[in-house]
Design a protein around this ligand. Structure first.
Ligand code: ADQ
Length: 500
C-alpha cells in the first residue's frame, strides 16, 4: 500500500473521521498527561491503516470540556475535536449508544428516542464535518467512520464538494422494519447519501440501505448505487467490505518470546488445567455474555465438563459504564459468575475465572495462544474481531472456534462450530462438539479458518475500500473511472441476507 496521504501545509490528502481518536488523553495521579491506545474494534482495525498511509485522524480525545491542540502521532496528525460534558451525555451516551446502538443490533435492548439527544447528535456531527473541511486538502479522500457520524457525509459535501467522501459502518445496518422506528430516519439516510461510497460489513446491510433509499426517498436506485439529485447529481455506491485485522502483526506478537513466557505464567496461575475455554469481549449486551456464562455454568453443573480439568476464562473490558443497560449487565454477570462458582467450585481455583478489566494486546495474545476453545457468541455483531484475533494468534493445530451465526464473521468463517446464542441447549451441544471432536476433524476446520484470516487482512480491506472510493469519488486528486468498470460485488460470495 503506498503512502498516499501525508499532511501538507495545504492540508491532508487522506483523512479518517471517527468519533474517537485512536488514543485517549489520560491524566496520571501525579498530574502528568499521557496518551494511551483507546480500546475497541474500530481502533484495532484502523490504526495500522493510518500508520501506513499517513494523513490526519479527526476525532474526540475522550475527555469532556477540554480543547486539545493537534499533534503528530505515529506518522500522522491527530486532530482532536472537543465535546462538552452535556454533549457526551446526549450525543454519545444518549443518541449513539442508547438509541442507535440497540436499534441497529436487532433491538436486543430497548432503543430510547429523545429529541434533545438528536439535536446534540446533529450539532456534534456538524462540528466534525467542519473540522474535516478545515484540514482536508483539495480533492482529498475523507473516510468517515461508524454510527456516531452518519450525518457527516452530507454536511461535509455541502461544505466541500471537491472531496471524495467514503463512509464505513462497523455495526449491522438493520432491516427496514426496524430502522423505520427512528423518528429521524430521513436525516440519517440523507446524511449517508452524502457519501460517494458507503461500506457495510455484510451484503445484507448494503441491500437494507438501498431498499430504504428506494422506499423512503425520491432518489433513484440502480443496482448497487443511489443516484442523488441535489446540488448537482452524484452517485452513492453501497457495498459490503467485511473488515479484518492486521493478521501478521497479531501472529508475530503471539509468537514473541515474551508472549510465550506470559502464556506459561498464566497457565501456572490457572493450575495447568487440561482444557482452557476463553471468552474476550467488551462488556456489552450484544455480545451474549449472559447466555454464554449460563451455558458454561450448566455444563459444569451437569458434570459434562469437569471443573477440576476445565477452566472457563472470561475477560470483559469495561465499556460505556454510564449507560444504564451496561451497569445492569455488569451486575448480572457478577452475580451469575459468583453463583456458579460458589455452587460448583471446590476450595481451589473456581471453574469460571472472570476478569472485568482491559489487558494489553500481548496479554490477550498469550490468552489466545492457550485457549483450546474460543467462545464468540454475540446476539448480533457487525463482524467481531476477537474471532479473527484468536485465529491469527493460536498457533497449535487443535484450536476450536465456537461462533454465533449472528456475528458478521460467521459469513467468512464457515468452518467454525456455529451456534444460535439464543438456544442454550444448542450452544451447550456445540461447545461439547468442539471439546470432543476427533483431532483430525478439528485440525481440518482450524487450518481452513486460519488460512481465511491470514489471506484476508486489514490492508486488503482498506485497499479495496479506498480504491473503490478513488474510482467513484469526484475530487480532482483522483481520476474518476466509469462505475461499470468496477465489479459490483466485493464480498465473499453474492448471497443476500436481510440482516446487515
Ligand atoms: P467492537 O464491538 O468493539 O467493535 P470487536 O470487533 O470484537 O467488537 O472488537 C473488540 C476489540 O477490543 C478487539 O480488538 C479486542 O481485542 C479488544 N478487546 C476486547 N476485550 C479486551 C480486553 N479485556 N482488553 C483489551 N482489549 C480488549 C465494532 C463492532 C464489531 C466490528 C468492529 C470493527 O461492534 O462488530 O468487528 O467494530 O469493525
Amino acid at each position: 500500500m503506498e503512502n498516499t496521504g501525508p499532511s501538507t501545509k495545504q492540508g491532508a490528502t487522506f483523512l479518517v473521521v471517527a468519533n474517537r481518536l485512536p488514543v485517549d488523553r489520560i491524566v496520571r495521579e501525579d498530574g502528568k498527561v499521557d496518551w494511551q491506545t483507546a480500546p475497541g474494534g474500530l481502533v484495532t482495525a484502523l490504526e495500522p491503516v493510518m500508520k501506513q498511509r499517513g494523513g490526519a485522524w479527526v476525532g474526540w480525545h475522550g475527555a469532556p470540556d477540554e480543547e486539545v491542540e493537534a499533534f503528530e502521532h505515529d506518522g500522522y496528525t491527530v486532530e482532536p475535536v472537543p465535546l462538552s460534558a452535556e454533549e457526551v451525555e446526549e450525543y454519545y451516551e444518549g443518541f449513539s449508544n442508547a438509541t442507535l446502538w440497540p436499534l441497529y443490533h436487532d433491538a436486543v435492548a430497548f432503543p430510547e428516542f429523545h429529541r434533545e439527544w438528536f439535536d446534540a447528535y446533529e450539532r456534534v456531527n456538524q462540528r466534525f464535518a467542519e473540522r474535516a473541511a478545515e484540514v482536508a486538502a483539495d480533492g482529498a479522500s475523507v473516510w468517515v467512520q461508524d454510527y456516531q457520524l452518519q450525518l457527516v457525509p452530507r454536511m461535509l459535501r455541502e461544505l466541500r464538494p471537491d472531496l471524495n467522501i467514503g463512509f464505513f459502518l462497523h455495526i449491522p445496518f438493520p432491516p427496514m422494519e426496524l430502522f423505520q422506528q427512528l423518528p429521524w430516519r430521513r436525516q440519517i439516510i440523507e446524511g449517508l447519501l452524502g457519501s460517494d461510497l458507503v461500506g457495510f460489513q455484510m451484503p445484507g446491510g448494503a441491500s437494507n440501505f438501498l431498499r430504504l433509499v428506494r422506499r423512503r426517498t425520491e432518489h433513484k436506485v440502480d443496482r448497487d448505487r443511489a443516484i442523488v439529485k441535489r446540488n448537482g447529481d452524484h452517485e452513492c455506491v453501497a457495498r459490503a467490505y467485511p473488515i479484518s485485522i492486521d493478521s501478521k502483526s497479531f501472529s508475530d506478537l503471539a509468537q514473541a518470546e515474551e508472549t510465550k513466557a506470559e502464556a506459561q505464567e498464566l497457565l501456572e496461575e490457572l493450575g495447568h488445567p487440561s482444557m482452557i475455554v476463553l471468552g474476550v469481549d467488551r462488556l456489552d449486551y450484544t455480545k451474549g455474555l449472559r447466555q454464554r456464562v449460563r451455558a458454561m455454568g450448566e455444563l459444569f453443573e451437569e458434570g459434562k465438563l469437569d471443573p477440576n480439568e476445565v477452566v472457563f476464562l472470561q475477560i470483559a473490558t469495561p465499556s460505556r459504564e454510564r449507560v444504564e443497560e451496561y451497569r445492569r449487565l455488569r451486575d448480572d454477570i457478577d452475580l451469575l459468575v459468583g453463583r456458579i462458582n460458589s455452587q460448583i467450585g471446590g476450595v481451589g481455583r473456581p471453574p469460571i475465572v472472570y476478569r472485568h478489566q482491559s489487558f494489553p494486546r500481548a496479554t490477550l495474545a498469550a490468552m489466545y495462544q492457550l485457549a483450546d476453545i474460543m467462545l464468540v457468541t454475540p446476539l448480533r455483531d457487525g463482524m467481531n474481531l476477537v474471532a479473527k484475533e484468536y485465529l491469527a494468534c493460536h498457533s497449535g493445530p487443535d484450536g476450536a472456534l465456537v461462533l454465533s451465526e449472528f456475528a458478521g464473521a460467521a459469513r467468512e468463517l464457515r468452518q467454525a462450530y456455529m451456534v444460535n446464542p439464543y438456544d442454550l441447549d444448542g450452544m451447550k451441544e456445540a461447545i461439547m462438539h468442539a471439546a470432543t471432536d476427533p483431532q483430525r476433524e478439528k485440525r481440518r476446520r482450524f487450518r481452513a479458518l486460519k488460512k481465511q484470516v491470514a489471506e484476508n487482512d486489514i490492508s486488503k480491506w482498506a485497499d479495496r475500500f479506498l480504491s473503490d472510493l478513488d474510482d467513484h469519488g469526484k475530487g480532482p486528486a483522483r481520476g474518476k473511472t466509469s462505475a461499470d468498470e468496477t465489479p459490483s460485488m466485493h464480498f465473499v460470495d453474492g448471497e443476500q441476507t436481510s440482516q446487515g
